[in-house]
Design a protein. Structure first.
Length: 109
């Protein structure tokens, strides 16, 4: 299955709605392969606190993470010494999701 070209999607979106934010997002957009973490960072830069609660709940159901992003999230937890609840709040995830990831990827360095 082909992945969407997020670079093109976000470039078009920035040009149409947020041309003033192009400079701050150029580095992320210019990456060859955008990870889920890159997409989350772009979302925060573009929309910030504009997102409504109902919109966030809808988006949360359709969010998916690749292996690299999962490893970064779990590595962040170790570095910051966060428990599952704190990490879940920080990344707006379910505690059950974090527990599942930790079981699946318990062999992290």
């Amino acid at each position: 299955m082909k992945k969407p070209n997020y670079g093109k999607i976000y470039t078009d979106m920035i040009m149409a709605k947020f041309p003033e934010k192009m400079d701050s997002c150029t580095m992320l957009i210019s990456k060859r392969n955008l990870t889920a973490m890159d997409i989350i960072m772009l979302q925060k830069k573009l929309f910030g606190s504009q997102q409504k609660e109902s919109n966030e709940k809808f988006n949360q159901r359709h969010r998916s993470y690749d292996m690299v992003s999962i490893h970064k999230i779990l590595k962040y937890q170790k570095e910051q010494r966060l428990n599952n609840s704190e990490l879940a709040r920080h990344f707006n995830l379910s505690r059950n999701t974090i527990t599942k990831w930790k079981k699946l990827f318990s062999n992290l360095p």
